[in-house]
Structures are given as structure tokens and as C-alpha cells.
Design a protein around this ligand. Structure first.
Ligand code: AMP
Ligand code: ZN
Length: 475
């Protein structure tokens, strides 16, 4: 199946052809770790995790290398460290752990590499030196600047005239710049700020060069796919590309550029500076990670996504429907229904119905509706007691959903996921007491226990192998 991806630079969808199918490379710009990340920051995490899974599915798990960086040198980090009176590493380690835990809760696989600026300093400095040597950068007043006039292709990625881009991005105009669009590769640190020694004087790197050097160090330039949010096209990605091409003399840098649209909250882009944020960290306390992931993937990744409570409730019910069918099948099997052997060809044909829209530039909405198609088939097979059909549809539903990072929980666990350990223990106790009361024909006690369970918002389902339970849907 051919994978088609939309490329921001050519502005069209094209067949994806990696330079080396044995070694497919992807890089995505990651977070600056000084605070908890908001759910908008996790849109690229989930979108590119989906692409990572799809690439692994197509090219094989060992043939896809995915690097997602961490920016751990930044003014905001310095400020936070100063506020708390600790070293920047204390701040960045704390929020990187939280970020990784949240990403995992949203079903994101760990990228192959997670490079950090502080650990890539030598490569960053070496790349700046190479740019100076190649005549694409110059030193001025303790800074090293990229000379945009040395790169005729500058502006090709964002496709906007230079003066418009400069006005739009409010590029700093500094007297030591030869051209207003020239940007910083290295700068002196302010007093009490962390600094690193370099041939250009002590200081710290500019944001753009960090990514280019991390890509080269982790994956080797050029790469197949470069991703990030749409806000990064200019100046960040335009500058990354200029640096990479001038440092390596290879014009590709990244063969495909992919950008996710904004996640909006209350008619505006969710952003820390606007203050309209919902933290993934908080949402995870209230909703299963898969439901948040579903909500993030419900619309096409290139379009804007309006975030609201309804979106996530819809996502939760969509998953309840899929888990509900799996739960019914599991119960039938526990009740003695035969587990038939599966037919690989039938399963593959069903999974292909989900893979196909994903291969069309990640058409997630269509892929989700194909998941429902398979689950309807599973429900029908169950009703007809077609146990071969049940075995094939169940395996296909799980495989196809797993490709997207869904249905990874045990169905019974999914429906009990709102319950804490204390509630689970209490419910198990009550169910056992009810069974004992019934066995002793003590109907009054059995009824009283049933009412007590109902008051706990628990639905009990009696089956031939005993009772199971789930948290009732809120009306
Ligand atoms: P930042 O920490 O702001 O540099 O953002 C990290 C990543 O999240 C980048 O790829 C951004 O483009 C992306 N991002 C930030 N805010 C949003 C948003 N509201 N919607 C979608 N992506 C976002
Ligand atoms: Zn970057």
C-alpha cells in the first residue's frame, strides 16, 4: 500500500519514498521543558506517533528511526530556575519526566531518540563553525549570525516574500545584523545565565541551530520527514533548512515537511502566553488516555481542532462502543463459546480497510469509521454465534485499533477505569456477599446489597461464570 503524505513545501500530496527503506528517518520539534505541557502541545506528539506506528507497520519496527527533541536551554527555563533557586537541570528533568509520563498516558510510543540541547552542545558548536567556514555565517559583537543573503532559496519552505515574513514574525532588528532576516546561531549569555565555552566566546546557541544539529547528530542529514506545529514553519523551519543545506551542501534537508494545525480553545490557539490552557496532566486524571488520544485524532491533523468538553465525551463514548463489543465477546468466551482458529487472510483484509485511509495522509476520521465497520461485523458474528467470524473480526479489530494506539486495555478494566482501588475492593466484597446471600436464599439481604451496588453507580452483569461489573454511564 502506498503511503501518501502532504508536503508543506510543495503544497501537495505525493507518494512517500524514503531514501533508504531499511532506515526511514523522522524528526519532530519537541517541547521546551519549564512547565506542564498543555493539550495543544500534545497534538503533534499524538499525530506523529500515529505516523511513527504506520511507518513501523509498513517498513518494519527496526527500520524506522524517530527523533523528537527536548529544548532544555531557554530563557523561560532560566527564569523558572532563578525563581526556585535551583540549577536549570532540576527544572528540565522535572518537566521532562512529567511530559514523558503524559505522552505515554496518551499512548505515544517512546521515540527512538530524545536528544537534548545540553547533550548536543559539541555538535551544535561544530555545525556553527562549519557554517562560518562555508561563508554562510558571520561573527558580530559576540554573536554568530546566519547570513540569509548567502542562501538564495531562503523563504522557499514558507513561500512568502522575505519582507512579509520579517514583518509577520517580528524578527529582531539589531545593529550588528547585515540583513534584518539574519538570525542568531550563537549569542553571549546574560549575567548569571548558564553558558558554554566555544570558539566564538562563551554563550549559548540560538533555537534554530539546536534542531539542525540534533537532527544531524541523531539521524544524519538529510532526513525523510520533518514535523511540527504549523506555527513553526516560519521562522523556525525555514531557518533550520537554510542552516542544514548550507552546512551539508545537500539541498534536501528534509524530503517531506509536515505540519499539524492548531488546537484551539475558546476561539483562540491554546497557548501558555494567552493563558487559555488545559493541561494534559490534569485531563489524564479525569479521562482515560485513549479517550484524549481519540479526541486529538478525531479531525484531520492539518486542520484546526476545536477543543471542548463535548469532543472528549464523544471520544469516550466512541471507545465505550468498541470496548463494549469486545467485552461482550470476552463474556461469551468465559461462558463457554468456542475459540475458533483465525484466518490470516481474512484478518489482513479487514485491517487493510483501516490502514488504507491512514495511508492517505493520515485520514484518521475515515480510519475510525472503518474501526466501527469491523466492530459491527464482530457484533453481527456474535449474534449469529458465528464463532469463526468472531475470532477473525476480534483479531482484526484489535490489530487495526492497535495500529492507531487504541484498544490496548482489557475491556473489563476499561469499564472499571473510573473506579479507584477502594471502590473496586468494596464492589468485589459486595458481589461476593450477594452471591452468598442468594445461595442461602436470603432474598432480603441480596436485594439490599443490589441497592447498595446501584448507589455506588455500579452495574452488575450476571453470567454463567459469576458476575462482572462496570461503572454505569452518567445520565
Ligand atoms: P512549544 O513548547 O510551544 O515550542 O511547542 C511544542 C510543540 O507543540 C510545537 O510543535 C508546536 O508547534 C506545538 N504546539 C504548540 N501549541 C499548539 C497548539 N495550540 N496546537 C497545536 N500544536 C501546538
Ligand atoms: Zn525544531
Amino acid at each position: 500500500m502506498t503511503l501518501k503524505l502532504y508536503d508543506t513545501m510543495t503544497r501537495r500530496k505525493a507518494d512517500f519514498a524514503p531514501r533508504d527503506p531499511q532506515r526511514v528517518t523522522m524528526y519532530v520539534c519537541g517541547p521546551t521543558v519549564y512547565n506542564f505541557a498543555h493539550i495543544g502541545n500534545f497534538r503533534p506528539v499524538v499525530v506523529f506517533d500515529l505516523l511513527f506506528r504506520l511507518l513501523r507497520d509498513i517498513y518494519g519496527e527496526d527500520h524506522v528511526l524517530y527523533a523528537a527533541n527536548v529544548t532544555d536551554v531557554d530563557d523561560k527555563i532560566n527564569r523558572k530556575a532563578a525563581e526556585e533557586g535551583v540549577a536549570i537541570g532540576v527544572i528540565t528533568d522535572r518537566y521532562l519526566s512529567a511530559y514523558n509520563a503524559d505522552a505515554a498516558a496518551l499512548g505515544a510510543l517512546r521515540p527512538t531518540f530524545q536528544p537534548r540541547v545540553t547533550e548536543t552542545m559539541d555538535a551544535i558548536i561544530a555545525m556553527i563553525a562549519r557554517l562560518v567556514e562555508n561563508g554562510a555565517a558571520y561573527a558580530a559583537e559576540g554573536h554568530v549570525l546566519f547570513d540569509t543573503q548567502a542562501y538564495p532559496d531562503y523563504g522557499k519552505l514558507s513561500g512568502r516574500p522575505m519582507d512579509e515574513m520579517i514583518a509577520g514574525a517580528r524578527v529582531d532588528v539589531a545593529p550588528y545584523k547585515r540583513h534584518p532576516a539574519d538570525f542568531v546561531l550563537w549569542k553571549p549569555s546574560k549575567e548569571n545565565e548558564p553558558e558554554w565555552p566555544s570558539p566564538f566566546g562563551p554563550g549559548r546557541p540560538g533555537w534554530h541551530i539546536e534542531c539542525t544539529a540534533m537532527i544531524d547528530e541523531a539521524l544524519g542529514l538529510p532526513i525523510d520527514i520533518h514535523g511540527g506545529g504549523v506555527d513553526l514553519i516560519f521562522p523556525h523551519h525555514e531557518n533550520e533548512r537554510a542552516q542544514g543545506v548550507c552546512a551539508t551542501h545537500d539541498h534536501t534537508y528534509a524530503a517531506v515537511w509536515m505540519h499539524n494545525g492548531f488546537l484551539n480553545f475558546g476561539d483562540e490557539k491554546m497557548s501558555k502566553s494567552l493563558g487559555n490552557v488545559a493541561l494534559a496532566h490534569d485531563l489524564i486524571q479525569h479521562y482515560p488516555g485513549e479517550a484524549i488520544r481519540w479526541a486529538l485524532l478525531a479531525g484531520h491533523y492539518r486542520g484546526p481542532l476545536e477543543w471542548n468538553g463535548e469532543l472528549i465525551e464523544q471520544a469516550k463514548s466512541a471507545l465505550d462502543r468498541l470496548y463494549g463489543v469486545l467485552d461482550d465477546v470476552a463474556r461469551a468466551i468465559r461462558g463457554g463459546a468456542p475459540e475458533e482458529s483465525r484466518r490470516a487472510d481474512k484478518i489482513d483484509a479487514l485491517v487493510a480497510r483501516v490502514r488504507e485511509p491512514l495511508c492517505d495522509d493520515l485520514n484518521t476520521a475515515a480510519a475510525m469509521s472503518e474501526l466501527f465497520g469491523i466492530s459491527d461485523g464482530l457484533r453481527q458474528a456474535l449474534m449469529k454465534q458465528d464463532w469463526k467470524g468472531v475470532a477473525n473480526h476480534r483479531a482484526a479489530l484489535l490489530e487495526a485499533a492497535n495500529l492507531m494506539g487504541f484498544l490496548t486495555a482489557d475491556p473489563q478494566g476499561w469499564f472499571q477505569s473510573g473506579a479507584d482501588e477502594g471502590l473496586k475492593a468494596r464492589v468485589d466484597e459486595l458481589i461476593a456477599a450477594r452471591a452468598a446471600a442468594r445461595a442461602a436464599k436470603n432474598w432480603a439481604d441480596a436485594d439490599r446489597i443490589r441497592d447498595e451496588l446501584a448507589a455506588l453507580n455500579v452495574e452488575v452483569m450476571d453470567g454463567p461464570t459469576g458476575a462482572t461489573w462496570r461503572i454505569k454511564e452518567q445520565a
